[in-house]
Design a protein around this ligand. Sequence first.
Ligand code: NAP
Ligand code: ZN
Length: 347
Amino acid sequence: MKTPALAVDVAGGPFVPTTLDRREPRGDDVQIDIAFTGICHSDLHRVQGDWDNGVFPMVPGHEISGVVGAVGEDVSAYRVGDRVGVGVMVDSCGTCEHCVGHQQQFCVDGVVETYNSRAYDGSLTYGGYSRSIVVREPFVHRIPDGIELSGAAPLLCAGITVYSPLRRWGPVAGRKVAVVGIGGLGHLAVRMAAAMGAEVTALSRGGEKRADARRLGAVDHLATEGPSGLGGSRNRFDLMLNTVSAPLDMDPYLAALRPGGVLVNIGAPGVPLSCDPFSLIAGNRAIAGSMIGGSAETKEMLRFCAENDISTEVEVVDAAEIEWAYRRVRDGDARYRLVIDATTIGT
Ligand code: NAP
Ligand code: ZN
């Protein structure tokens, strides 16, 4: 099935219109008419060539929401017209210990990502900057009633990526949680951690997101590039999520952790991060990483968002505005996630 899409032909190049040939739905495939696709900073890293594994031409997009258009004969959970979403993963072996443990992102055969990945049939995957996609049923998620499709799309990457470490390093209720970088991931982290009962502090470069941070549920906001920076916050936080898309000087952030505190690094600037070993030794502090979340946890996260009235703050852009949208993400100007109206692709 032919579908219009937006591609980048070379790293750092502009978006150009293209046409993809999506497979006809096989047994457990779900064909989705895409409504919205979020612009994740990972898309920007990938099209800029910040990470070294880019395959071009590339059609990005792994924060997808839409409506089921067709299903294969073995699909049981979805019907034509259902509201669904797809995140970073579209396939995995299904039998290794990580797949069986619902952590498909660590599949020993290599998880198949929504784009820039090789599927088990040898084909390359192309993502959600397109009008239609075909995905196996286990990697499709039902969007709960009450969450609009535009705000739902970014939950499938940004949302699960911050939900998972809040659960893994929780329970966070009553604990002091810091979120560093208030962008697409960060604003959802503030909302989710607050809904879990944490005392949340938002850390931004400047002070202009202070009022927003409070509105999102933070009790405090620190401007890290302001006059006092992190100076007054030594030994303060139990848990810190770093969602910054650029390299950070880790030492002042580690010093802001209480003894035994954990900094979970989520941001992926594509360059090494370093710290003074004494920043970890003094206070038994730890740095951890976290990669998206498994499919069962993604379903749990969607339920949690529906129950707590959490969605993404989005600004919808047309396909024709893609270069402008990318400049805004690059400049840190998104409040807080730009999503593409996929129905404008190819028009
Ligand atoms: P985003 O919307 O662009 O937000 C990033 C935030 O980082 C900005 O809003 C800004 O917050 C802060 N920032 C940007 N440049 C900075 C700089 N030079 N110095 C200090 N702070 C800076 O990005 P996103 O979509 O949330 O993604 C954030 C990062 O997470 C990206 O690197 C992305 O690749 C990564 N990611 C990782 C996973 C995973 O599985 N681990 C999944 C998805 C995304 P303030 O204005 O508040 O300072
Ligand atoms: Zn993403």
